[in-house]
Design a protein around this ligand. Structure first.
Ligand code: APR
Length: 180
């Protein structure tokens, strides 16, 4: 597939709070229960209100690497795509492949629901301790692949909550775009 500068201009890497993003869908870095938690999971549930947990209770959990979708409730986003990233275990447990699968699972659901704009947090790099330099390269590789193959996807935003995450994603983008 021919790529051009437009392909990658559909990706933005920003610092901010994913709960304020006005996009079709935001991605939640959840746990297998899908019943809420801390970090971005806690922030999304707080901002969405109790309706989100009520719907999550009907989903029967989510496997690591998979994703499930709910409405956005009080969030500005129409949907929340919940995915469960791998807990970092020194790379001994297929973590790279499982993290890549999270992004692909989210994009598969986005495609099924006609989602044209989607915001991701830095999945697995908080409580789950996945090294952010490694995770950012995995994330951007999957995002670039989707942007090249799915012309209907208009916008992908990676929302970095803190400076170090933001720096890691910017340097990953610089490294990968020099190889494009
Ligand atoms: N907006 C965007 N990113 C955020 C926000 C927010 N409001 N709050 C936290 N983050 C960032 C964190 O700083 C980190 O960079 O999201 C990234 C992912 O960190 P976690 O939320 O800890 O998620 P993860 O590492 O995948 O661990 C998942 O944590 O909260 C629990 O229930 C969750 O058990 C699950 C585990």
């Amino acid at each position: 597939m021919q790529t051009d500068s437009k392909t990658y201009s559909r990706l933005s890497i920003v610092q901010g709070d994913i709960t304020t993003q006005t996009v079709d869908a935001i991605v939640n870095a959840a746990n297998n229960s899908l019943l809420g938690g801390g970090g971005v999971d806690g922030a999304i549930h707080r901002a969405a209100g109790p309706g989100l947990l009520k719907e999550c209770r009907t989903l029967g959990g989510c496997e690591t690497g998979s994703a499930k979708i709910t409405k956005g409730y009080n969030l500005p986003a129409n949907y929340v795509i919940h995915t469960v990233g791998p807990v970092w275990q020194e790379g001994a447990n297929n973590e790279d492949a499982l993290l890549a699968k999270c992004y692909r699972s989210c994009f598969t659901l986005a495609g099924k629901h006609g989602i044209k704009s989607i915001a991701f947090p830095s999945i697995s790099t908080g409580v789950y301790r996945f090294p952010v330099d490694r995770a950012s390269r995995i994330a951007l590789k999957e995002i670039y692949h989707e942007l090249v193959t799915n012309i209907k996807l208009e916008r992908v935003i990676v929302i970095c909550f803190d400076n170090s995450t933001f720096d890691a994603y910017l340097s990953a983008e610089k490294e990968l775009s020099s190889k494009k």
